[in-house]
Design a protein around this ligand. Sequence first.
Ligand code: 5GP
Ligand code: MG
Length: 178
Amino acid sequence: MQKKLILDSDLLNITINRLCQQLIENHDDFSDTVIIGMQPRGIHLAEAIHKTLEKNIKQSIPLGYLDATFHRDDFRRRDVPAKASESRIPFIIEGKRVVLVDDVLFTGRTIRAALDALITFGRPSKVELLVLIDRKYNRELPIEADYVGKVVNTIASQRILVELQAQGHKQNKIWLIN
Ligand code: 5GP
Ligand code: MG
């Protein structure tokens, strides 16, 4: 196993701040904006983004968690039963601008499922996608993110390891694992 650092703590903090600034540019006063982190790994990034955003705009933004396990197109094809996490969206998304947050975008199948899962809660006026790492060249569906921390050129056998303080790590870091 080879581990290569692709974003150190300084760069990753700058990246998270930049993603927040881009959201601020596009969301006026955030009065209709809600943030929803994808279970299980997107929720820590969602928490980090949410915290930085609220500090910047000095106002509170609803934060929820979405699990898309049962909406996956490979749900019935897996050998091991998929382990679902909790969806927790204690606010109305009808007519809202939803910012979906996930750590890594790979084939796009999670986000396709997330869009299905999301509409069981209501009909947002708009859904945007924010990801920290875009494994852009491995997509299997026509899905793109609106806000991207970093594009990483990976092959399918590689993995991105995301370590976030929001998850209990000492520092924010991103690694490429071979
Ligand atoms: P996709 O559904 O687009 O193929 O994969 C994206 C989902 O799988 C995300 O929810 C993400 O957490 C996870 N994922 C896919 N590839 C990686 C990776 O290299 N590293 C991490 N940490 N998660 C990944
Ligand atoms: Mg996905």
